[in-house]
Design a protein around this ligand. Structure first.
Ligand code: RB5
Length: 115
C-alpha cells in the first residue's frame, strides 16, 4: 500500500505543489492534496495545520508544505506536537534535515526555489 503524504500550500506555493503532487505519484507515493487549489490569497496557517495535524495524530508519517518563504508554514506546523518541519532549499539541507534532525515535514520556500 503506497505511503499517503499530505501536502498543502498557500497561494504562493500552489503551482509548485501541483508539480510535487505529480512527482510524488510518479515515485509511487499517494499524495493527499489538502489545498489550496487556486491563486486567490489564502491564510497559510489553515494549510499548515491541516498537514501538521495529520502528522501529529499519526494519520501520516510525513508531509509537505509550501509557502512563499517557507517561514510562515514552519511557524504554524512546528506548533504541533511531534512535528519537526524543516525549511529546505537544496538537496544538502533536505538530506541533513532527515539525517540530523529527523524532519517529518518538508517545507519549501516556493518563491525562492526552482521547480
Ligand atoms: C504570501 O504572500 C506569503 O506571505 C506567504 O506565502 C509566506 O511567505 C508566509 O510565510
Amino acid at each position: 500500500m503506497p505511503e499517503v503524504i499530505p501536502i498543502g500550500a498557500d497561494h504562493a506555493g500552489v503551482d509548485l505543489k501541483a508539480r510535487l503532487v505529480h512527482e510524488l505519484r510518479s515515485l509511487g507515493y499517494e499524495p493527499l492534496d489538502l489545498g489550496t487549489t487556486g491563486t486567490a490569497s489564502v491564510d497559510y496557517p489553515d494549510f499548515a495545520h491541516a498537514v501538521a495535524g495529520r502528522v501529529e495524530r499519526n494519520d501520516a508519517r510525513r508531509g509537505v508544505l509550501l509557502c512563499g518563504t517557507g517561514l510562515g508554514m514552519s511557524y504554524a506546523a512546528n506548533r504541533h506536537s511531534g512535528v519537526r518541519g524543516a525549511v529546505v532549499w537544496n538537496d544538502d539541507i533536505a538530506r541533513l534535515s532527515r539525517q540530523h534532525n529527523d524532519a517529518n515535514i518538508l517545507i519549501l520556500p516556493a518563491r525562492f526555489v526552482s521547480a
